[in-house]
Design a protein around this ligand. Structure first.
Ligand code: FE2
Length: 165
């Protein structure tokens, strides 16, 4: 499953731990970009075109994140798993539940998806603090963008009332 090399300055044991955590982030990003397209196809009602068109650039961006994570796994001398069967087998969350549904229902469900993905990315960032700062940097950049996208989603759910906090 793995090569005899890692990157300079990173032990093979540490590289293996980083690659294993990254593999779970890869499953999450692959699942997310497929789910974003599913929402793009099934959203209906007021704000349809805004949400429909908002999602495509997010799909492209999250696909690029998955690509970067997979290539980091390969760079570390391990084998990125990107097959649909492996995602379904290894993921710890349920399949996205909504089919055709109004924008607000999809945005509420997508908000929960982002909370899960971002929370797990942040946990990986904390773990990499003592393992590999280069991989950590990759995920930090991704979280900034994912949090921006979650705000786009949450803005649809905001009724403009009193701000929290
Ligand atoms: Fe489309």
């Amino acid at each position: 499953m793995s090569s005899s090399y890692s990157v300079p300055g990173l032990s093979q044991d540490d590289a293996k731990r980083v690659a294993e955590t990254l593999q779970h982030r890869l499953y999450a990003l692959l699942d997310l970009h497929l789910t974003l397209k599913h929402i793009h196809w099934n959203v209906v009602g007021p704000n349809f075109i805004a949400v429909h068109e908002m999602l495509d650039p997010h799909v492209d961006s999250v696909r690029a994140m998955a690509d970067a994570v997979a290539e980091r796994i390969a760079t570390l001398g391990h084998v990125p798993q990107g097959t649909p069967g492996s995602i379904v087998q290894e993921r710890s969350w349920d399949d996205y539940a909504l089919g055709r549904a109004p924008t607000q229902e999809h945005m509420a469900a997508l908000d929960r998806v982002y909370t899960g993905v971002i929370g797990d990315h942040r946990e990986a960032i904390a773990e990499f603090d003592a393992l590999d700062l280069v991989t950590q940097d990759l995920l930090i950049g991704q979280v900034e963008t994912l949090e921006l996208y979650q705000w786009f989603v949450r803005a649809h759910l905001d009724d403009g009332g009193e701000a929290a906090g």
